[in-house]
Each structure stands twice: as structure tokens, then as C-alpha cells.
Design a protein around this ligand. Structure first.
Ligand SMILES: *Cc1c(COP(=O)(O)O)cnc(C)c1O
Length: 394
């Protein structure tokens, strides 16, 4: 196992351990428990004197392979695989705060992430301030003496706003707070939050890491000391563990991550450029296009564009619905990162629970549409959009 392997190699071989059968493909250890040679061996295992697994809620061999492979990819010391992306986010945040602490979070967050910090955390006496994360001054002004955690997502869902991760990390280090980054939209290939100074990275592995729409999963990555001190006991005793079956599916998914994300990004870029030329489209937001409002930060912290495109139709909701309904290859779904191209209208789906005011703050209008590029032939996708746009008045 080599730390110097390049990502594409790590993602095929990293973390693999083989049983006595020498299987090529990673084995699924679908077991709840483990047996011991003797009472003394059980005692030693529980004392931590010998390595080995105890119970699948704590850890198990297939999950361990997935965690090790993710660590190599992310450049992290340690990780915990979780049952979903939300299990990763909620564990990463809740394990490190107590009543009386304060969280500063960017207001542009995945809906459930926002609920965790805005609605759930205050129930336990943890206050939260939401800020427009694009301006570092807002983070600075929100800081209180009891601020313990900064939480952000970049690029954001659905309008692909970008936050200066290194800038936020610098501020956090000045006050001794930890930065948690939800790196789903950037993918582990295009953005390295730990290298930028963030302390904890979380993923919904449901998205690009599975990449084929099969199972839920998540992962929390950080340095070993932080995990030992904060997440280790929380994870064991609250039980957000991933199923070994899902860990296996995700291990297989991750092998092809670079191939899929490369094709998805090419497709997304092509659709973004195509849409920008269409009379029905008011604006296109795509990290990687020169007209992205924060192209300078993107150049600084991302090594690739995005598999997602946000765009706004001049004709509002009616136009958005007409476009979505007329597409044949691109399917209507709130999911993303799949090998199938998907499209959603955030105002009536993923962001319907926000107030009109909160949606406006996030740049989500009645005409905003989010496209998640799949791995299809981009000629077919362009033709699908061109034909569907005929159903939309300019
Ligand atoms: C999907 C998603 C989540 C939640 O992940 P689940 O696997 O659905 O629980 C969190 N953050 C972002 C940015 C996501 O896209």
C-alpha cells in the first residue's frame, strides 16, 4: 500500500485486504459480530491490547477498507463510514459541541444540513448563526467567545456559490474553532479541504462516490486525534454505522470515480456553454466558466469545474416545468452525482421548505433549475436540451 500512488490508482487498490482465499474483488463481511479464540483473547480485545473487530456498530472489515481508501483519497489520517451523508454531517457536528457552544454556518446549505444547525442544535442549547458565507467579513462578525464550529458547503446547493475555505480556516484557527466542510458538490477529486486548512471533511457517499444511484452512505474524515477525542465514542454509542453491504457497493463505486466525474464534468461544461447561448435562459452558473461571479476563488481552491449546472429560465416556474417535462434522457429527480443525468426545480422540491425570503437570499428564483450531469454521450444531452427548449417560450 503506497501513500504516493496517484488518486486513480489508490481508488482501485487502496485499503484492500484479502481473506485466506485471495479474492480479487473486495469481500463483503456481512457479519454483526466476531468470535474470539478464547476468553483471554476476548478480554485482550476489549482492553485494546490486540487489534481486531468487536462489533459491526464500531467497525468491520469491509467498512474498514472503504474508510482506508477514502483516507488515501482525501489525505486524511482517519475516517468513519456512516449510513448516510446526513449521519456523517450530524455526527461530525454534534459530537464536538455541548450546551453553551456556538456554531457559525453558511446559510447556503443542503436542506437537512441547515435543519441540523438551525433547528436541531438549538434544542440542545447550541446556538447557531447563519451567514452569507461568500464574504469573509460575515464570518468574522458572527464570531462569539463561545464559537466552536464553522460549517460550510462549497460549491453550494443549488446555486453553486463558492466560499473561500482557506480564509474561513484561517479565521477559525485564530479563535480555536474547527471547520467542517461538506465537500459533496466539489467531489474529493476537485477540492481538498484539509489541504486548504479545514479540520473535518464530510461526504454524502450516496452521490458521486456510489455514482450509480444504488445506496446511501456517508463518511467523516479528519486527523486521528480529533476523531479519537470527539467522534470515536459518539459513533460507537449512537450507532450511525454504514451497512457492510453498502460499504462494499461504495468500494466498487469509488474505483470508477475519476472516470465518471471526468465525463460528468465534460458533459456539465458542454451543457452550461450550450444553455448560456439560448434565448430562454437568463443566466447560467457554472464553476469553471469565466462568468462565474467568484471565478477567482474557484481558480484558487478547485482543480476542476463541477458535475452540476445551475441556470435560470426567463419564464419562471412555467418554463422550468415545461423544460423538465419535455426532456427525454434527462430525468426529473432531486438526487445528484448519478451516472444518469438528472434535473430538479429547487423552489418546488429540495428548497420548498424555505421561506420566499430565504430562497431569494440564496439566489433561488421560480425559474432556477439544477442539472446534474450523467455520463451519457454529450451530443445526446445537447440534443435533448435543444429539443426540450422548443417547449419553452423565449
Ligand atoms: C445529499 C447531500 C447530503 C445528504 O446526504 P444523504 O446521503 O442523502 O444523507 C448532504 N450534503 C449535500 C451537499 C448533499 O448533496
Amino acid at each position: 500500500m503506497s501513500k504516493t500512488w496517484r488518486p486513480a490508482t489508490q481508488l482501485v487498490h487502496g485499503g484492500t485486504t484479502r481473506s485466506q482465499h485471495g479474492e480479487t474483488s473486495e469481500a463483503i463481511f456481512l457479519t454483526q459480530g466476531f468470535v474470539y479464540e478464547s476468553s483471554e483473547a476476548a478480554e485482550a480485545r476489549f482492553k485494546g491490547e490486540t487489534d481486531g473487530f468487536i462489533y459491526a456498530r464500531y467497525g468491520s472489515p469491509t467498512n474498514d477498507m472503504f474508510e482506508k481508501r477514502m483516507c488515501m483519497l482525501e489525505g486524511a489520517e482517519d475516517a468513519r463510514a456512516t449510513a448516510s451523508g446526513m449521519a456523517a454531517v450530524s455526527s461530525a457536528i454534534l459530537c464536538q459541541v455541548k450546551a453553551g457552544d456556538h456554531i457559525v454556518a453558511a446559510r447556503a446549505l443542503f436542506g437537512s444540513c441547515r435543519w441540523v444547525v438551525e433547528t436541531l442544535a438549538p434544542k440542545y442549547g447550541v446556538e447557531c448563526t447563519l451567514v452569507d458565507g461568500r464574504d469573509l467579513k460575515n464570518w468574522e462578525e458572527a464570531v462569539r467567545p463561545n464559537t466552536k464550529v464553522f460549517f460550510l458547503e462549497s460549491p453550494t446547493n443549488p446555486t453553486l456559490e463558492v466560499i473561500d475555505i482557506a480564509g474561513v480556516a484561517k479565521l477559525a484557527n485564530q479563535i480555536g474553532a474547527k471547520v467542517v466542510v461538506d465537500n459533496v458538490f466539489a467531489t474529493p477529486l476537485f477540492q481538498k479541504p484539509l489541504e486548504l486548512g479545514a479540520h473535518i471533511v464530510v461526504y454524502s457517499a450516496t452521490k458521486h462516490i456510489d455514482g450509480q444511484g444504488r445506496c446511501l452512505g456517508g463518511v467523516v474524515l479528519a486527523d486521528k486525534a480529533w476523531i479519537d477525542e470527539n467522534l470515536h465514542d459518539y459513533f460507537r454509542h449512537t450507532g450511525p454505522a454504514m451497512s457492510p453491504f453498502n460499504a462494499w457497493t461504495l468500494l466498487k463505486g469509488i474505483e470508477t470515480l475519476p472516470l465518471r466525474v471526468r465525463q460528468q464534468t465534460e458533459n456539465a461544461r458542454r451543457i452550461a456553454d450550450f444553455l448560456a447561448e439560448q434565448p430562454q435562459v437568463a443566466r447560467v452558473i457554472y464553476p469553471g466558466r469565466k462568468d462565474h461571479p467568484q471565478a477567482d476563488i474557484i481558480a484558487k481552491q478547485m482543480s476542476g469545474g463541477s458535475t452540476l449546472v445551475a441556470f435560470e429560465l426567463k419564464g419562471g416556474k412555467e418554463a422550468a416545468f415545461a423544460l423538465q417535462n419535455a426532456l427525454e434522457i434527462v430525468r426529473i429527480s432531486n438526487n445528484l452525482g448519478d451516472s444518469k443525468s438528472l434535473i430538479t426545480h429547487p423552489a418546488t422540491t429540495t428548497h420548498k421548505n424555505l421561506t420566499d425570503e430565504a430562497r431569494t437570499e440564496l439566489g433561488i428564483s421560480a425559474g432556477t433549475v439544477r442539472f446534474s450531469a450523467g455520463i451519457e454521450d454529450s451530443d445526446d444531452l445537447v440534443e435533448d436540451f435543444a429539443k426540450a427548449l422548443e417547449a419553452v417560450r423565449a
